[in-house]
Ligand binder design. Structure first.
Ligand code: UN1
Length: 453
């Protein structure tokens, strides 16, 4: 099988075509990574810290080239692509300090002399499966913590982001010892082989594939984390600064064409907020251009989005803004807002991964919170209000994993734990110190004096 990726803004531009290596090659790469792991751990905190720091420097030294590659391969607007490159360097630099972090604690004995301590150790080979929408940042926030604490890693990127992952691998290979980080392009066969061979598995991607990955890894008794889709809401309270809220929400709906697991797809206006918000949001979405939105990842994605909008309209929804795929080269979909979408319509229930959102009216705050929580895909929710009391009270009642007050639902702080609630995630959080826990297993050591027996 050949793995290909095309430029979403110009589908005649083939970015990369490589032969998928097959399951056997994945097993061989995991074997080499396993053989390299002892040496990587034994090299010590100083060597691991220095190597990760040098990857940060290499990313910075090639920042413009990498940003251009992100734009070309996955259609991310340049400003966001530059932001992602900067975030990628920051992730490697942040985890370059992690090898020096304490790895356990010393405890008192219950009785008598002795030294009791805990120590966290790496699992071995981390199997990393990454999506295409953050083609440098997500592979990095999986690989950097895994390597920092002494694992080696094999990464399988999404086919659509193959060139970005291979370039990151080249930059990393120039500073890492051989076989510490391998990148193998591939599809389902390679992904399944990696899950079947790795000692710890981290997955970000669709809910369906993620569930299968969790089952396969759990069946082998291997630790696994999965970050899956989100059906993210923005709650706008009657006291909100409506213009500000509309700007944030438009960015969360249409930024990078809504292709973030944290994008807003449901806007919930509380009481009197509805009319002014609708007006401001229509204006804000109509003003969004290619520097913010950009194309969607493929022709299939564009067709699925347009078909969903048409079917909602057939079911009684009205298009407030957008609604079409413009007649131009590239896989573009207009930033779209719909009202009166029936509650059971797929657009109100499922993640579509495009610049399309539905506007709901909620009579009061209780109804808004109930609506926001009425999904298994509870990843990120934004709350827009001028009242600190209201923000804190609502944040406490939302079941989302990530809650953002007076900010777009998208966007993350790379040094904080990241993840969804209910069906949107499985296992330990990613990022920050949580990732260091995930990529290690605790050991309890009891040292008792040998004398006196
Ligand atoms: C962001 O909102 O900047 O796959 C990051 C995703 C998420 C990352 C979102 N894991 O879209």
């Amino acid at each position: 099988m050949t793995i290909t990726s095309y430029n979403p803004a110009d589908p005649t531009d083939l970015v990369v075509a490589v032969e998928a290596p097959g399951a056997e090659a994945v097993r061989a790469a995991v074997g080499r990574a396993r053989a390299a792991q002892g040496g990587w751990l034994a090299a010590g905190a100083g060597a691991r810290s220095a190597a990760l720091g040098r990857i940060a420097e290499a990313v910075e030294a090639h920042a413009e080239e990498l940003a251009a590659l992100i734009v070309r391969e996955v259609g991310k607007p340049l400003a966001e692509a530059r932001g992602e490159v900067a975030r990628t360097a920051a992730i490697w630099r942040y985890y370059a300090q992690a090898p020096y972090e304490p790895s356990g604690a010393v405890h008192e004995t219950a009785a008598g002399p002795g030294l009791l301590f805990t120590r966290r150790r790496p699992h071995g080979v981390a199997g990393l499966i990454a999506p295409w929408n953050f083609p440098l940042a997500i592979p990095s926030w999986k690989a950097a913590p895994a390597l920092a604490v002494g694992n080696t890693a094999v990464l399988k990127p999404a086919p659509e982001a193959t060139a970005c992952a291979l370039r990151l691998a080249e930059l990393a290979a120039a500073v890492l010892p051989p076989d510490v980080l391998a990148v193998l392009p591939g599809g389902a066969e390679e992904g399944a082989a990696l899950v079947a061979a790795a000692d710890v598995v981290s997955f970000t991607g669709s809910t369906g594939v993620g569930r299968a990955v969790v089952l396969a890894a759990t069946g082998r008794g291997v630790p696994v984390q999965a970050e899956l889709g989100g059906l993210n809401a923005a709650l706008v309270l009657p006291d909100a600064d409506v213009e500000l809220a509309a700007g944030h929400i438009a960015a969360a709906i249409a930024g990078y064409a809504g292709q973030k697991c944290t994008a807003t797809s449901r806007v919930i206006a509380v009481g009197t907020a509805y009319e002014p918000l609708r007006e401001a949001l229509v204006k804000a979405l109509a003003a969004v251009d290619d520097t913010v939105c950009g194309p969607v990842i493929g022709a299939d994605a564009r067709e699925r989005l347009v078909a969903a909008v048409e079917s909602a309209v057939a079911d009684g929804a009205s298009v407030l803004v957008g609604g079409c795929a413009p007649d131009r080269a590239g896989w573009y979909v207009e930033p779209t807002l719909l009202a009166d979408v029936p509650p059971q319509h797929p657009l109100a229930r499922e993640e579509f991964f495009g610049p399309v959102a539905v506007l709901h009216a909620a009579a009061d705050l209780d109804a808004a919170v109930a609506l926001a929580n009425d999904t298994p895909h509870s990843l990120a929710t934004s709350v827009h209000t001028r009242s600190l009391d209201a923000a804190l009270a609502v944040a406490d009642r939302l079941d989302a994993g990530m809650i953002r007050v007076n900010a777009p639902s998208s966007g993350v702080d790379f040094h904080l734990p990241f993840g969804g609630a209910k069906g949107a995630a499985h296992g330990e959080r990613e990022q920050g110190r949580a990732a260091l826990e995930f990529y290690t297993v605790g050991r309890t050591v009891s040292v008792l004096p040998g004398g006196g027996l």
